[in-house]
Ligand binder design. Structure first.
Ligand code: NDP
Length: 309
């Protein structure tokens, strides 16, 4: 039996995707922010970021510590307020209101998740939208959707958009598929990319756990952004050759070969997808560092706005 040779393009060894270096880009942004903080200082304003942590969740403590360290390194002022788990909702709201009134505070961030007895939406709605540097307040969510740029966009998706722009990825007219519809990643990601203008103008599809035939959607994507929280759920056969793949997922899986017995992996099967995609973010070192960098940028922007800048 004669077997036709595969076309040349299929016979060639797969080219490995170029890596998007989130750590390096985040360092660049943090340096930009530090310069902005200096310039603001010369005009008499030091950007201040206040982070509120309720309870003693170890992962949250690590995130909060990283945010505080990064803001200090950028020359910002601010504090981390740690409250006990049994803090009542009314007590937490009183802290938020104090920060709302404090003119030295330009950014307020209440670390999620909160203890079960506190309603996160109530807390978010109490933050002054002009200090809501996480971009979770309904006023900022609305501005993002309308396309107004005087609000704050959530840090993770705005960081991803910045990555795409920095790496010269053409979003205009591109088919973008976002897997995940959370209010912190999936929905704002789609809202950013569907706007008209630079770094946007995309045709966006949002997928979630009720999506039928997920792979039919992901295989159409020129840019695939995955924020589902499912370790390595995106396999090579779900990705269009040459696609740009952004992996937001952070999942701890068991790994006996490490000291901690676990390892951090994304939502994308990195080793396999790297042979199909043209550009891909690693985990760690991809989206994660960008999130903190954009938080600093939002805080500096908030401070600048107090000067009418
Ligand atoms: P959520 O759990 O809030 O949302 C996950 C979304 O994925 C939901 O919309 C869910 O659908 C969807 N989903 C889950 N399983 C599937 C599936 N099998 N097929 C299709 N869709 C699915 O998570 P987050 O958005 O908060 O976070 C997502 C991941 O990103 C997590 O791993 C998180 O740790 C990470 N993350 C990383 C950040 C960073 O800075 N690197 C920042 C924020 C998050 P449905 O709505 O139907 O349930």
């Amino acid at each position: 039996m004669r077997v036709d040779a595969a076309p040349a393009s299929e016979r060639e060894a797969p080219t490995r995707a170029r890596l998007i270096d989130g750590t390096a880009l985040a360092a660049l942004i943090r340096a930009e922010v530090a310069a902005e903080v200096q310039a603001l200082g010369a005009r008499g304003v030091t950007p201040g970021l206040s982070v509120v942590l309720v309870g003693n969740d170890p992962a949250s403590a690590v995130y909060v510590g990283a945010k505080e360290k990064a803001s200090r390194e950028a020359g910002m002022a601010g504090e981390t307020i740690v409250l006990p788990t049994e803090t009542t909702q009314a007590e937490l709201l009183a802290v938020v209101e104090r920060l709302n009134r404090d003119r030295t505070v330009h950014g307020i961030l209440v670390q999620m998740p909160l203890p079960k007895h506190i309603d996160p939406d109530t807390v978010i709605r109490h933050i002054d939208p002009s200090k809501d540097v996480d971009g979770f307040h309904p006023v900022n969510v609305g501005k993002l959707l309308i396309g107004h740029t005087d609000g704050f966009a959530p840090c993770t998706p705005v960081g991803i958009q910045r990555m795409l722009v920095h790496y010269g990825v053409e979003t205009r007219g591109a088919d973008v598929v976002v897997v995940g519809r959370s209010t912190i990643v999936g929905k704002p990601m789609a809202a950013l990319l569907v706007q008209s203008g630079a770094g946007a103008d995309a045709t966006v599809t949002i997928c979630h756990s009720r999506t039928r035939n997920l792979a039919d959607h992901t295989r159409r994507a020129d840019i695939l952004i995955v924020a589902a929280g499912r370790a390595r759920m995106i396999t090579a056969d779900m990705v269009k050759p040459g696609a740009v793949v952004i992996d937001v997922g952070m999942n701890r899986i068991p790994d006996a070969s490490t000291k901690s017995g676990t390892r951090l992996v994304g939502d994308v099967d990195f080793a396999a997808v790297r042979d199909v995609a043209s550009l891909i973010t690693p985990v760690p070192g991809g989206v994660g560092p960008m999130t903190i960098a954009m938080l600093l940028r939002n805080t500096a922007r908030s401070a600048a706005r107090t000067l009418g800048a």
